[in-house]
Structures are given as C-alpha cells and as structure tokens.
Design a protein around this ligand. Structure first.
Ligand SMILES: *Cc1c(COP(=O)(O)O)cnc(C)c1O
Length: 362
C-alpha cells in the first residue's frame, strides 16, 4: 500500500482507515455471501441487511423518532435542491423562505424558483458569507411559508450555525451535507434534512434524506416517479437499482461511529478540539493567517483562511503537499486555504497541519 497523506479535501473526503481496511477485506467476497457487494442483487437478503443496518445506524446515532424516515437517494445533494421545491413548494400556493449563508444555499434558490415563489429572507453575501443570522434576527421567518431552507454548514466559506433557526410550525428543511453526523442535533426540529454522503459519511453516489412522514401529504400529484419522495418511502429506497456500494460504505461508517468513536457526543467533542486547535493557531498568528468566518460562525468542519497574497498561498500549498498534507486549496470560487477536518480526520492530522503552519510562518 502507498503512503496515506492527511487528506484535507472538502469532498470526496477522507474516510476512517478502519472502514477502508474493512472494505478491502470484504471486497472479493462478503462474509457468508461468496460474492462482492459490487456484484450482488439489490433485492437479495444480504443487501437488505446492509440497507437495514445503514438505516438503523443513522437512526440510532441521531435518536431519530418514528415520525421520520431515512432514505437513500442518488443524484447528489444538488438533486435535493430540486426535489425539495418540487415536492413541497409546487402547487402549495405559498412561498419558500431561503436563508443564504454561503455558496451552496445560493445555488439552491434558482432551482426552487422554477417551482414557485421564493423569498431570500437573509443573505450573508454583502459580508462575503462570513457569518450567520443571530437567533430571532430574521423578521417573520417562515410566516405563511411552505418551508424554510437553511444550509447548516457552508462548506465553501466555512460558516456554520451553532443552532439552526427556530421556524415554529413551518417545516424546516436543512442541507446538512458537510456536517452530517458530526454532532448531536435536535432531529425532531427538522421536517426534512439531506446530506450528500461524500463529505462526512461515505463515498459519492448517495444522498441521505431524512423526512418527517406527515410532510408527504403535501406532495402534489403528477411528479415523475423518481422525483416523488412518497415513492422513496413506499419502496424503502429501492425504486430502482440503488447506489449499493455507497450505501454499504455509509453503513460501515455508522458502525465505526457507534462502536469505535462512541456516538455523536463523543464525535462532537473530538471535532471541537480539532477545530479549536486550528483556530487558536490562526488567531495567535498576528494576522499572518487570517480566518474568513466571523468567530461565532466558524465551521468546525471546514476551516477557511488566507495568507497575505496568492503567491504566498501557492507556496503554502506546495510545501504542505510536500509534507503529506493534501487537499488544502480553497474552493475555486473563493481561493485561499481550506482545511476540511471532517469526522475521519484524526487529531494527529490537525496536529501535523498546525506544526507545518507554525514552521511555515517562521
Ligand atoms: C458538496 C455540497 C453540496 C453538493 O453536493 P453534491 O452531492 O455534489 O450535489 C451541496 N450542499 C453542501 C452543503 C455541500 O457541501
């Protein structure tokens, strides 16, 4: 095996080494099956067990109430930018409220506008998406709206809600792609939550959608089979051939979180310690490293910062790569440096990055 770098890529992103080793061991033949998970029928009892286990793992980690269902949908988080308004806005006679704290939320808006009336009720764009609204800051948030859409962690700018806004009786819809299963959440507050697996819980190819079942009564008639949440619930995510391998990996990641990490409270503790270490270094660098997000909105998952100029940033990236620290380049739309320190980034990786940053500055 080649040497593994510390991979700070935003997505697809680093996976837990024990999960990768298990995949390697299982690959030619799944125990008791005699074939690879890549080769078996998605209607087989064996795959059924994997699917059930993945749903059970996510439900247990989140403490999911019976009112909510876990779905595995292909098409990425971005398909949900369309499916959410198709199912919940179309024909509702209401508008949808979108809170924009970064680039992903902004991309969701035009898709929703194809289905109905949209109000951008708060935007961080004038401040370069460096912060989130304070609790209660948005006037009539969600009043008479079909739903409120929020992005709990904006991956590109590195801003995160500590707590998502209270929308009262109006359904709260959340894109949690880049922080899913990184900390405990009050999951009963969400009407619908979705997350592309490739940031924090698996490989690309599957998106986890958690939906409160009573919401489905609002789905209009006439949607295409594959775009109607009711069919995903009815067929238990098996309308057609699912992204079986991705679901299998998500299942292994949930087992790792439960058995080796000890659940989401333990994961949160570890994630907060990693983030604190990096932000402390940035804050004590006399402005050599300049954090992008305002201190109270800083992401625990994607740490974004800049150096004095693009040339110095290029040198930083080059020397970091030579030290086995990869994937640190900021998103092409904003530049700078971004260290994604998801669940699977070990504390040793953050320590190695901090050591490098101290030396580089010197
Ligand atoms: C990466 C990302 C997306 C897009 O995910 P795809 O699965 O590539 O469609 C959407 N939202 C957030 C918050 C993301 O981090």
């Amino acid at each position: 095996m080649g040497e593994r770098f510390f991979n700070f890529s935003a997505g697809p992103a680093t996976l837990p080494l024990p999960v990768l080793e298990r995949i390697r061991d299982d690959l030619p033949s799944l125990a008791g099956v005699g074939a690879s998970v890549l080769e078996i029928s998605h209607r087989s009892a064996h795959f059924g067990e994997i699917l059930e286990s993945a749903k059970d793992g996510i439900s247990r980690l989140l403490g999911l109430p019976d009112t909510h269902k876990v779905l595995f949908v292909p098409g990425g988080a971005r398909l949900q930018f369309s499916m959410v308004p198709m199912n919940l806005l179309r024909g509702s006679g209401k508008r949808a409220d979108y809170i924009l704290t970064g680039s992903w939320g902004r991309k969701a808006v035009p898709e929703a506008e194809l289905e109905g009336d949209v109000r951008v009720c708060w935007s961080g764009e004038p401040d370069g998406y460096s912060t989130v609204p304070a609790a209660g800051e948005i006037a009539d948030l969600g009043a008479d709206a079909a739903y409120v859409h929020v992005t709990s962690n904006e991956t590109i700018e590195g801003v995160q809600f500590t707590e998502v806004p209270d929308t009262g009786a109006t359904p709260l819809v959340c894109d949690a792609s880049s922080e899913f299963l990184s900390r405990p959440i009050a999951v009963d507050r969400y009407a619908l939550l979705y997350a592309g697996a490739q940031k924090n819980v698996g490989p690309a190819g599957v998106t986890i959608v958690i939906v409160r079942e009573d919401l489905l009564e609002r789905v209009p008639a006439g949607l295409h089979t594959m775009l109607d949440y009711r069919n995903w619930v009815k067929h238990d995510s098996l309308i057609n051939t699912p992204p079986a391998f991705a679901i299998y990996v998500v299942n292994l990641v949930t087992r790792w979180l439960i058995e080796e990490i000890g659940g989401l409270a333990a994961m949160q503790k570890r994630n907060e310690a990693k983030a604190a270490r990096l932000y402390e270094l940035i804050d004590s660098s006399d402005g050599y490293y300049r954090g992008h997000a305002r201190a109270d909105a800083r992401s625990k998952m994607n740490v974004t910062f800049r150096l004095a100029d693009a040339d110095l940033e290029a040198r930083f990236l080059e020397e970091a790569a030579a030290r086995g620290l990869s994937g640190l380049k900021g998103h092409r739309s904003v530049g700078g440096i971004r260290a994604s320190i998801y669940n699977a980034m070990p504390p040793e990786g953050v320590a190695a990055l901090c050591d490098f940053m101290t030396e580089f500055r010197a």
